[in-house]
Design a protein around this ligand. Sequence first.
Ligand code: BES
Ligand code: MN
Ligand code: ZN
Length: 497
Amino acid sequence: MQVDVFSKSLTTLAVDCYVVGVHENGELSDAGRALDIASGGALTRVLAQGDFAGKLGDAQLLHHVPKLRASRVLLVGQGARGSVTRKTWRKAMQHACAALLRTSAKSAALSLTRPGSRELDDYTCARSSAEIAQLGLYRINDLKTGKKPKPGALERLQIGPFRPKALAGARRGAAHGLAIATGAATMRDLANLPANVCTPTYLADRARQLADQYPSVSVRVLDEDEIRKEKMGCFLSVTRGSAEPPKFIVIEHGAARSKHKPVVLVGKGITFDTGGISLKDPPSMDEMKFDMSGAAAVLGALHVAAELKLPLHVVGLVAACENMPGSRATKPGDIVTSAAGLTVEILNTDAEGRLVLSDALHYARRFEPAAVVDVATLTGAIVVALGSHQAAVLSNDDALAAELVACGRNADDRLWQMPLAEEYGEQLKSNFADFANVAGRDGGALTAAAFLGKFTTGMSWAHLDIAGVAYLSGANKASTGRPLATLADFLIGRSRR
Ligand code: BES
Ligand code: MN
Ligand code: ZN
């Protein structure tokens, strides 16, 4: 889909459909009033029937409105006029796009009532609009054999009006929004695939595809022998029980800019987490196919960086393997040596994410990064603590944590900072090794982060625990694409420094 911005009056645009807001009690928005006047009061006559009250989330399609350059008008409920917030605006936008994409309109011009500019600036308005519209076209990549539902027909969406002075920023926003939606689709497709399809090898192939598609992207994949050469004993301990070969993926965008210190993104790529010998309970174990969501987010973020040709060196590191029980699997009490040289007593083989990440975080050091951000469905404890609305950020650099929290706010993909503190690390004491990989139930997400912290000293590092936000369970089971938008905003921001 193409998304453009406009500054003229809606009525001058020749499109298949106009989309305008209606407020409570059938009160027209400014754009709606302009259409009403141009159509000789046709909208007022429709609203006077009283069937459409402008409730948030409602939408009503009208045909053959007289004297307009579009054959359709889509009315979108925006609730009370004085109470349009960023949140209600987004919701109206989502409903507008859903309704619009059910029509066979190929082009549309959209103008909703916006909240105050301090709540939603022109760039962000255009970016969110493009992102929401493009994501509306996303269809889950299921493996059903029946006929697929018809894809949306919309080819060109115009959004506005923006002040002429704001057009350049809005245009940039629209381009960014489309790229973010593309990256989110990459992430969702990977995360939704079953583990027998989306193996470590599959993830590596997807990374190579990005390198084929974009000249700014290069990929190197380490196989098991090369992983051994890197002495990644923690990573290897996780893959031991699996017949599926592990892969360590190094994907770079903008490596030619090697004068500048890169941003390194690290993704947990457990393509299936059975728990290993510390086997998980059967209920909803299938959801552990989503345990590579961090890796998918990293590949999605690289996709955005490449699509936008961001002037920034970005390195993505993905430690990908399965966590399986088996006769060769790591056993509780086994002690392994990490790439950093520290020994770890594996008391619970289900705490595998921190093991693969610790070796990946150590690998990040060689890039002398400006910042390292790891993304992982790391703990059930964070689901208990924050539920499914906000992901956790823990960091040894409060400025980096604040930056990421702000990115989450910009992207409407919220994060909440949780403590990273030495006390939590002390709980990882082992009688037999430098430390254990688990520290009991209390503060489980914080002790997990403290474990990672042992491998990141001296680097500006943040950890995103996305176990609660990365996917939905139940009837709507699917990847959410979170926190791709936050990562994209972070990279965009870093590229402008
Ligand atoms: N992949 C899980 C974390 C998880 C749990 C993600 C629920 C999404 C939903 C992780 O590998 C894990 O098993 N963590 C354990 C750690 C424990 C053994 C210390 C957990 O959270 O139960
Ligand atoms: Mn686990
Ligand atoms: Zn896991």
